[in-house]
Design a protein around this ligand. Structure first.
Ligand SMILES: [Zn+2]
Length: 434
């Protein structure tokens, strides 16, 4: 299918013949290679030689912005960097006053990252606009490369998408990094104006938000599926459980008189794992344990254990957390320990827009790819954008489930399928808004 034919299809033209569909797939495959090459090239813009680390508005972000801005301009977009450091390319609609579709993901990375987490979603969005060959749609497309999602530099995630929904406040701007530089300082260092962050807010003309992202988990790979349509971004609870007993000598204190905080925490940790293993859809993790005083010859008097609980259902998550709290209390009282339970986070699950999920299902089915719905166990910018507009996410399989690691990868055919699904999704929206 030539691009003219694609556009004809976008405008509600005839259903393509099988031959046209085959050539469309070939065209998407050619572009899929470019998408992967671009992601690998962008991974070279890093704060650390030999590995990819790119935090909020650090110097290498300029190279990423320059590369993507030039590409955006070539394909007919007007480009700016807003005052929260988000790269934004606007592809105009066929006429003024039409609504806007946002497509994006994040451009920052974790330390020693792979080449695809975040960046892939931005590069795919630009490639998708390139496939339109400067033919306008009945809505504009704004591609957003968010400045920050991982929360590495300031310990707070989603600075970029929060600016688009208008929830960056003075407290956040004053938050400091490990070197004492604030978010506002970082914005100024980049040549932007923190007092104008409010101007980054998206207008109220949004049709919705679409994000392509690698799954970052093993589910699609295990099922041998290229794509997954996200229905829900799961809710999270984070707690610190502190068990307090009595510090004493490891050699002279008889076992029956001990009040060992680490032993109590250990019993509880196995209860956490057992509950998650027997509760469908639940994941629960104790990822950090601190024993105090922390010496090999001392019975620990205090033990802090972190708890991270996630489930697509907020009720199921709340029930699990309550059950784990009850278990911690029971273990503590039996072992003559005291328990302190400190809840840091109780974040509800976020549903993707049912209408956009259905449109994505049609778009994926049109690629002759199995339609598979999936929950996202990780947070994403789509979760933030969903508070202001209908949002949808398409996951690409992560080979081996590997992510946040230099070995992170994508499969070229999956990227081609995502591009084809993206075009079909635009076609669907174009029909609805003509
Ligand atoms: Zn990401």
């Amino acid at each position: 299918m030539t691009m003219v034919a694609v556009i004809g299809k976008l405008r509600g033209g005839p259903i393509p013949t099988r031959l046209q569909r085959v050539s469309w797939i070939v065209m998407s495959a050619a572009t899929a290679r470019e998408v992967i090459d671009a992601c690998r090239l962008l991974a070279g813009f890093s704060e650390e030689p030999g590995r990819t680390t790119r935090t909020f508005l650090s110097p290498p972000m300029r190279g990423v912005h320059a590369y993507l801005a030039a590409w955006m301009q070539r394909v007919g977009m007007s480009v700016r960097v807003d005052d929260a450091g988000n790269l934004r390319g606007l592809y105009p609609a066929s006429s003024p006053g039409r609504p806007r579709l946002f497509i994006g993901s994040h451009l920052d990375t974790v330390p020693n990252a792979g080449a695809f987490d975040g960046v892939l979603g931005v590069v795919l969005a630009v490639a998708l606009v390139e496939l339109l060959e400067q033919q306008p749609l009945p809505f504009s497309i704004e591609v957003v490369g968010f400045s920050e999602e991982e929360g590495v530099r300031f310990g707070v995630p989603f600075i970029g998408s929060r600016a688009l929904i208008g929830t960056i406040d003075a407290d956040l701007l004053e938050r400091a990094d490990a070197h004492g530089r604030s978010v506002a300082d970082a914005i100024r260092d980049y040549g932007l104006d923190p007092s104008c962050v409010g101007n980054a807010r998206a207008n109220d003309d949004a049709l919705g938000y679409l994000e392509f992202h690698i799954e970052q988990g093993p589910v699609l790979d295990a099922l041998a599926l290229p794509l997954g349509i996200v229905t829900t971004i799961v809710g999270q609870s984070r707690v610190t459980a502190t068990f307090t007993g009595s510090t004493n000598h490891a050699g002279t204190t008889p076992m029956h008189t001990r009040r060992d905080a680490v032993a109590g925490a250990a019993e509880w940790i196995t209860a956490v794992e057992a509950l998650a293993q027997h509760t469908p859809g639940l994941v629960a993790t104790v990822g950090r344990v601190i024993a105090r005083p922390g010496a090999s010859n001392v019975v620990a008097g205090v033990c802090d254990a972190s708890l991270d609980v996630r489930h697509a259902s907020d009720d199921a998550r709340a029930t699990a957390v309550e059950s784990l709290r009850h278990a911690a209390r029971e273990i503590s009282s039996r072992r003559q320990l005291t328990l302190h339970w400190d809840t840091h986070l109780d974040q509800g699950s976020v549903a993707m827009s049912p209408a956009l999920v259905t449109a994505l299902e049609r778009a994926v089915a049109a690629q002759d790819v199995p339609v598979h719905r999936i929950d996202s166990g990780a947070g994403h910018d789509a979760m933030i954008m969903a508070t202001r507009m209908p949002a949808a996410m398409l996951f690409l399989r992560s080979p081996g489930g590997v992510s946040h690691h230099p070995d992170e990868a994508v499969i070229e055919g999956d990227v081609a399928a995502a591009l084809g699904a993206g075009l079909a999704f635009l076609e669907d929206l174009a029909r609805a808004h003509t």
